[in-house]
Write a protein that binds this ligand. Structure first.
Ligand code: BES
Ligand code: MN
Ligand code: ZN
Length: 492
């Protein structure tokens, strides 16, 4: 995909003109000579929409088609407004089989805000994300022509600034699509080894470090949680370690941890079959972390970041762990496994223990951890659990900007008794009440009290039942733009 910004009109197959906020305004526009004259390069030849002729070079060459899109303002958020507009263009482009389009923003004057470079970046973002379809196994879809080139026109802003902003947001969007591809890949394709190999391929291409620990190394580290969840599987577990450290960047790193369950059957505490297929997306946290590592490497963000991904599937079999089992985590904390379907926290606790060796400034874990979080927040926001108020504020703000929104849930100490065990240090489930929070409380046991840490439960927004604007059905890649935006605040 090629997306460029220019202040000069360039011919393209399709032209997109975007200038009205409401249907009534459009009607006004098409009937009023005053408003119409704002667009001097458009000649009205007939009364119908198709009658508009657009001369991109100001002379005789006409565009084959003009698309009009309604601009639907999202309250107080111009970036999201433009992301959605970019998506609308992507969707219109699907039925066109045209290869290029240009979007003319030369006359944004009717909007009651001054155009900013980030609007164009958001527009490009919405276009790239909205163009994505998961077609790996759809033979016919792969042959279709696609809108691949977008030229954005505006003469009010400096091309350099806008182009840089667009380039970054396009790079981040591609990484988000990479994350979606990981989530959408079915469990029979994306085994833990395959997840590791894709991370390693990305690391090679975009020049960050990737180390993959195998089962023997995981055993040597005594990662009892990851090994227990893996017991029922024929696929070996992996522990993926990613590192982005640009030259000259000093100080403590930020550690990102992502849940990498490539398929969650529930194990012996098996899930009901309806909807179980969605559990191919139980590595949404891993995808967010790997996608973010790729994104920050692509834009060469000057921050030291480590990504940790424990990965296995969760299968029932004769060798699987059973309810009642007591296991010992890497931290030495013993865990009563009351329900084998609460497996995410068992692999995350070992990763949180491993994170300690980096003496991190901040640890953020992302996980499709609980159905309870989906009940609480649906798929429009992820649950944010942290005791660090400043980190909370920064993440909420990054969420508003990127529209990958997070919403706080409390980690009050009074929830802790729910995960008390009669036979071990802690139990892996906390009963029916406050399921998202008791999962957070479980993880908190594996983090030092003075460590800045946030847990983000993305079970809702990571995997969608239906398309939502520029988010496609299935894997959303949630977390890539959120984390990248957060990490930008860490640039010193
Ligand atoms: N992967 C699931 C959580 C999940 C549910 C993610 C729905 C996405 C959509 C997790 O491993 C799980 O099964 N959690 C259990 C925990 C329970 C046994 C305490 C749940 O939420 O039911
Ligand atoms: Mn589970
Ligand atoms: Zn799970």
């Amino acid at each position: 995909m090629n997306i460029k910004f220019t202040s000069k009109h360039k011919p393209a197959d399709t032209h997109f003109i975007f200038f009205f906020k409401q249907k009534e305004e459009f009607q006004l526009l098409s009937s009023s000579p005053d408003l119409f004259s704002l667009f001097s390069h458009i000649n009205k030849t007939e009364d119908s929409l198709d009658g508009f002729r657009f001369y991109p070079d100001g002379k005789g060459k006409t565009a084959e088609r003009i698309i009009f899109l309604e601009l639907k303002p999202v309250k107080g958020n111009w970036n999201e407004t433009f992301r959605r507009a970019g998506n609308a263009l992507a969707k219109a482009g699907r039925s066109l089989s045209h290869l290029s389009a240009s979007a003319d923003f030369s006359n944004l004057t009717q909007l009651d805000a001054k155009p900013e470079a980030s609007w164009f970046a958001s527009f490009a973002e919405g276009f790239v994300l909205g163009s994505y379809q998961y077609t790996t196994y759809k033979k016919d879809e792969n042959k279709k022509k696609k809108l691949r080139e977008l030229i954005i026109l505006c003469n009010e802003l400096s091309g350099k600034t806008v182009n840089a902003a667009i380039e970054e947001s396009v790079a981040i969007s591609f990484s988000q699509i990479f994350a979606r591809e990981l989530v959408n890949a079915p469990g029979n394709e994306l085994t833990p080894a395959e997840l590791a190999s894709r991370a390693s391929k990305s690391a090679k291409e975009f020049e960050y470090k990737c180390t993959v620990l195998n089962k023997k190394q995981i055993k040597d580290l005594k990662m009892g949680g990851l090994l227990a969840v893996n017991k029922g599987s024929v696929n070996e577990p992996v522990f993926i370690i990613l590192e982005h450290k640009p030259k000259g960047v000093k100080g403590k790193p930020v550690v990102l941890v992502g849940k990498g369950i490539t398929f969650d059957t529930g194990g012996i505490s098996i899930k009901p079959s309806a909807g179980m297929g969605d559990m191919k997306g139980d590595m949404g946290g891993a995808a967010a972390v790997i996608g973010t590592m790729e994104a920050i490497a692509r834009i060469n963000l000057p921050v030291h970041v480590i990504g940790l991904v424990p990965s296995t599937d969760n299968m029932p079999s004769g060798s699987a762990q059973c309810p009642g089992d007591i296991i010992t985590s890497m931290a030495g904390i013993t865990i009563e496994v009351d329900n084998t379907d609460a497996e995410g926290r068992l692999i995350l606790c070992d990763a949180l223990e491993y994170a300690k060796r980096y003496k991190p400034e901040v640890i953020i874990d992302l996980a499709t951890l609980t159905g309870a979080c989906v009940v609480a927040l649906g798929d429009k926001a992820a649950g944010l659990m942290t005791t660090d108020d400043e980190l909370s504020q920064t993440l909420i703000l990054a969420g508003t900007k990127t529209y990958e929104r997070v919403w706080p849930l409390p980690l009050f100490d009074e929830y802790a008794p729910q995960i008390k065990s009669d036979v071990a240090d802690v139990k892996n489930v906390g009963g029916r009440y406050a399921g998202a929070i008791t999962a957070g409380k479980f993880l908190q046991k594996f983090v030092d009290a003075d460590q800045s840490w946030a847990h983000i439960d993305i079970a809702g927004p990571a995997f969608l039942d239906s398309q939502d604007q520029y988010l496609s059905k299935g894997g959303s890649g949630f977390g890539v733009r959120l984390l990248t935006d957060y990490l930008r605040t860490k640039v010193k």
